[in-house]
Design a protein around this ligand. Structure first.
Ligand SMILES: CCCCCCCCCCCCC/C=C/[C@@H](O)[C@H](COP(=O)(O)O)NC(=O)CCCCCCCCCCCCCCC
Ligand SMILES: Nc1ncnc2c1ncn2[C@@H]1O[C@H](COP(=O)(O)OP(=O)(O)O)[C@@H](O)[C@H]1O
Ligand SMILES: [Ca+2]
Length: 551
């Protein structure tokens, strides 16, 4: 076939207005040509548009019978554009709305002749083919019972049409039981034919997918994932999240909104965002991975209570949250942690993790230089030891490790607003025993501009590893209860007058799943997985960048 030019510029009709339409490798732009003027100047004005080629979803030719060709969809041609020129093509592209929402927009250009029309369509298609980071084939898992049980409908009505419009092929599996997606990913024969995995559901569904993928990757390269000291190998396949769960914090904190269409468009344009993963062990045996919240005390108790109220849907967390707040349990134990050493950023600075985050890039680079030392540089394990373990014993209302901000609709700034998605650290938040009123002040600050860490009973540390040992360690608990039962219970009952029952330990909430052990060892693995996301965009800045003189 004849090679198409990379640069095109033509006068075409857009809704019966003459437009100068320009395409190069980076941009598609169009602007009105004022009546009676032969040339136009290059400055953009209001009403002029340009779209990065990387954000074009698809292009299709419209034939003279006013029906679309190419992708097999039939559609009426817009009335206004059916005027003077009989040939037309439609470009679908990403349009930014408010609050990080993306929509698929369309523009139809009419051409004076068929050859020119085809040349435009072919050239745009060729530009799109050069975008190698876009997925062509996806494996999709739908949890039909996540959130408000709308996963299947959301996928079929909002996402599948976009994927087919973008010529992405899919294999779709509606899960039949918990861990279906995880186990399928571990064993499915030909995973290499896919460019990514998509989960439709909440944080629990995403957790299944990372467990399956991480496990499979380590098996393939012969790494023992159950060993706490192993360097885990990053997963190649990117993961997309179509939010259809109860909290959707991983989607919200990586995209800026929990909106299925926005997420589908980030998948289509082939975005990539690396993400840290914590491994959680108990006495050296592997328990689970976590990417968002590991919470003991308050968030552990909320989860434990809310699991019994699944029928309430997402509202279960508010009911259990209120109940847990009133109960006001605290738990004794010892937290020891290895502070992040030699890294940019602190949990209380105001530097938020945003698209193209410099802190994440810098810290990952520091770590990988340590991992592959050259010219006498120290090995990472030596460098880690340069930081000193710190130990804090106390009575805690909550112990939270936030590996990302954990922003979600309940708290748009999240549990740790300055935590980073991919910097190899987690923010360890310790809420010491305090009055209900003080704890309420702390909780309320998650929903306002005030600093939730600026309270005497709250401390926060950016760490690479941490351990927690409850005062009444599981292995000793039986013995404790036998020997000191009376004393122990009287102590507990006095400390927990509201609950009426003795709760010795809390449980860990690990991305919404309950852990079976209270004593855990946690280690952050920098950038172990990748998402079809780009991090939260700072501002809709494309107006500034869109200068046709750069075209
Ligand atoms: C008084 C208002 C206080 C608002 C405080 C909001 C803090 C919210 C931080 C949420 C961090 C969420 C981290 C993500 C966890 C998810 O991985 C995980 C699983 O998600 P999935 O079900 O989609 O699979 N989700 C969760 O564990 C849910 C945690 C939600 C906690 C909500 C707590 C609500 C607290 C309400 C307290 C009410 C006190 C009222 C006093 C008068
Ligand atoms: N078909 C299924 N039946 C029952 N449970 C499932 C199914 N598919 C996935 N799950 C489990 O449902 C739990 C919640 O899923 P999730 O998608 O996170 O929804 P939610 O946000 O409402 O908690 C997860 O633990 C997941 O493993
Ligand atoms: Ca992190």
């Amino acid at each position: 076939m004849e090679k198409q030019p990379r640069f095109l510029s033509s006068r075409l009709l857009l809704k019966n207005r003459v437009c100068e339409v320009t395409l190069n490798r980076a941009w598609l732009g169009w602007k009105d040509v004022p009546a009676g003027r032969r040339s136009i100047n290059n400055a953009l004005k209001a009403g002029d548009y340009c779209v990065p080629v990387s954000e074009i979803i698809a292009v299709r030719e419209i034939d003279m019978d006013s029906q679309t060709k190419d992708d097999g969809r039939w559609q009426k041609m817009p009335q206004e554009s059916a005027g003077a020129h009989p040939y037309a093509f439609t470009v679908s592209y990403v349009d930014r709305g408010s609050k990080h929402r993306w929509r698929c927009c369309e523009v139809t250009f009419n051409c004076p002749d068929g050859v020119l029309c085809q040349q435009w369509v072919q050239t745009i298609k060729e530009q799109l083919l050069l975008l190698t980071s876009r997925p062509k084939s996806l494996l999709v898992y739908i949890n039909p019972f996540g959130g408000k049980q709308q996963g299947k409908r959301i996928y079929e009505q909002k996402v599948a049409p976009l994927f087919s419009h973008a010529a992405i092929s899919t294999d779709v599996i509606v899960t039949e039981h918990a861990n279906h997606a995880r186990d399928h990913l571990r064993t499915v024969a030909d995973l290499k034919k896919y460019d990514g995995v998509v989960c439709v559901g909440g944080d629990g569904m995403f957790s299944e997918v990372i467990h399956g993928l991480i496990s499979r990757t380590q098996t393939e390269v012969g790494v023992d994932e159950s060993c706490p000291e192993e360097e885990l190998v990053p997963c190649n396949l990117r993961i997309g999240i179509i939010p259809a769960g109860s909290t959707d914090c991983i989607c919200y904190a990586t995209v800026g909104i929990n909106d299925p269409v926005t997420s589908a468009l980030h998948i289509i344009v082939g975005d990539s965002q690396a993400m840290d993963v914590c491994s959680v062990h108990h006495n050296g045996t592997f328990l689970r991975y976590s990417v968002s919240l590991l919470g003991y005390g308050f968030y552990g108790d909320v989860l434990m209570d809310s699991e019994r109220k699944r029928w309430l849907g997402p509202a279960r967390y508010d009911f259990s949250g209120f109940k847990t707040f009133v109960t006001h349990n605290y738990y004794e134990g010892t937290v020891s942690f290895l502070p992040a050493f030699n890294t940019l950023g602190t949990p209380r600075d105001k530097i938020k993790c945003r698209a193209g985050c410099y802190v994440c890039q810098h810290n990952e680079q520091q770590l990988s230089e340590g991992r592959h030392p050259c010219r006498g540089e120290k090995d990472v394990s030596d460098r880690e030891e340069e930081g000193k373990w710190q130990v804090i014993r106390g009575k805690f209302l909550a112990i939270n490790a936030a590996s990302m901000s954990c922003a979600c609709p309940r708290s748009p700034k999240g549990l740790s607003p300055a935590a980073h998605l991919a910097d190899g650290t987690t923010d360890l938040i310790l809420v010491h025993k305090c009055s209900r009123l003080d704890f309420l002040r702390h909780l309320l600050r998650h929903t306002s501009k005030d600093d939730q860490f600026d309270l005497a009973f709250v401390e926060v540390h950016r760490v690479r590893r941490f351990h927690f040992t409850p005062k009444h360690c599981e292995s000793n608990l039986e013995l404790d209860l036998k020997e000191n039962g009376k004393k122990l219970f009287s102590h507990i009952c006095r400390d927990h007058p509201a609950c009426g029952c003795a709760t010795v330990n809390s449980t860990w909430n690990c991305d919404g799943e309950i852990l079976q052990h209270a004593a855990i060892e946690v280690r952050v693995h920098c950038q172990l997985v990748k998402l079809f996301a780009r991090g939260i965009e700072e501002l809709p800045v494309f107006e500034d960048l869109c200068n046709p003189s750069a075209i």
